[in-house]
Design a protein. Structure first.
Lengths: 116, 111
């Protein structure tokens, strides 16, 4: 176990549904990330939060909405998704040190999302 | 793009053999990291090598970094069936605020 948990592990939703993915870490990290992993594509960074502030939004459609209420929790709210949004969604956290560059990221097990 | 590119895309070997995977990147980096992913699971960090380091070891893993060639290699010695997974390099490029992952190498180790 990496210390990062994600729920649910599997999710099937229709295009009109609203659902949320949850990520939790108790590693004392100060940065959290959402990634999307689709078949045969590189891992795509979606959002980054440093000290609860969103610092990256890599042109992600507005049907994905992140929320970081505190340094231990990260949510990804989903609404009116498309079938092409089906993928493995991974959460990660890290302890960032601006002087030494990016440190290792600890990943959760992922949520396998299927949009019908 | 500054992302790393792993080579080969897929590698199939027998247990006991060594496996070597390569990663090339395009811009100057602060560090380079290697991760492993078992099918459908999250990534697990294996090793981090900083730009001023040339070689690093961790158990059966050996990572080298050649900043002049902008490349890195991951060597797994005496492979086991449990090493079957996808392996990714991730670069922390200077001027960029996040890690960038490559597409990965799929390693299959047969008993």
């Amino acid at each position: 176990e990496t210390g990062v948990t994600q729920t649910p592990r599997h999710l099937v939703m229709g295009m009109t549904n609203k659902k949320s993915l949850k990520c939790e870490q108790h590693l004392g990290h100060n940065a959290m990330y959402w990634y999307k992993q689709s078949a045969k594509k590189p891992l795509e960074l979606m959002f980054v939060y440093n000290f609860k502030e969103q610092t990256e939004n890599n042109s992600v459609p507005s049907r994905f909405s992140p929320e970081c209420p505190n340094s231990s929790h990260l949510f990804l709210h989903l609404h009116t998704l498309q079938p092409e949004d089906s993928a493995l969604y991974l959460c990660a956290s890290s302890l960032e040190d601006r002087d030494r560059g990016r440190n290792e990221q600890f990943f959760g097990p992922g949520t396998r999302l299927t949009v019908l | 793009s500054q992302q790393g590119e792993e080579d080969p895309q897929a590698l199939s070997i027998q247990e006991g053999e060594n496996a070597t995977m390569n990663c090339s990147y395009k811009t100057s980096i602060n560090n380079l990291q290697w991760y492993r992913q078992n099918s459908g699971r999250g990534l697990v960090h294996l090793i981090l090598i900083r730009s001023n380091e040339r070689e690093k070891h961790s158990g059966r893993l050996r990572v080298t970094l050649d900043t002049s060639k902008k490349s890195s290699s991951l060597l797994i010695t005496a492979s086991r069936a449990a090493d079957t997974a996808s392996y990714f390099c991730a670069t922390d490029a200077r001027g960029y605020s996040t890690l960038t992952f490559g597409k990965g190498t799929m390693l299959l180790v047969s008993p």
